[in-house]
Design a protein around this ligand. Sequence first.
Ligand SMILES: *[C@@H]1O[C@H](CO)[C@@H](O)[C@H](O)[C@H]1NC(C)=O
Ligand SMILES: *[C@@H]1O[C@H](CO)[C@@H](O)[C@H](O)[C@H]1NC(C)=O
Length: 115
Amino acid sequence: MKPLQCLILLMFVLFASAVARKNIASGGWSPIKNISDPHVTEIADYAVTEYAKRSGHKLKLEKVIKGETQVVAGVNYRLTLAATDGSSSNNYEAIVWEKVWQHFRNLTSFTPVHA
Ligand SMILES: *[C@@H]1O[C@H](CO)[C@@H](O)[C@H](O)[C@H]1NC(C)=O
Ligand SMILES: *[C@@H]1O[C@H](CO)[C@@H](O)[C@H](O)[C@H]1NC(C)=O
């Protein structure tokens, strides 16, 4: 190969890998269009119930505020939700990983957010 062709090819490869890295870094999260979808509510309810079970805190889902999904050998749901312990209400960010075909669902993260 001529040096110039070689340089152009090299630049193309660098550019393509930079684009690929950027896509991975942003994680490919896309907003859930309709957070009133019963399945979204079900995921949120699972997250709150699971967190309550693991932490020993009483917590009940009030509503889903917003949500995003990411496709990763299944679907990751990242939901902002409001939950109450009976006396006060707080916002949380929950991440639930679901593989529908395996009936697999796991709460990977549940953290308070300050709105
Ligand atoms: C969102 O989902 C709910 C429940 O399925 C449905 O009643 C409502 O019409 C949907 N809204 C939109 C904008 O699609
Ligand atoms: C579910 O997620 C928690 C927290 O990330 C992890 O400790 C646990 O091993 C996971 N369970 C399964 C079945 O993947």
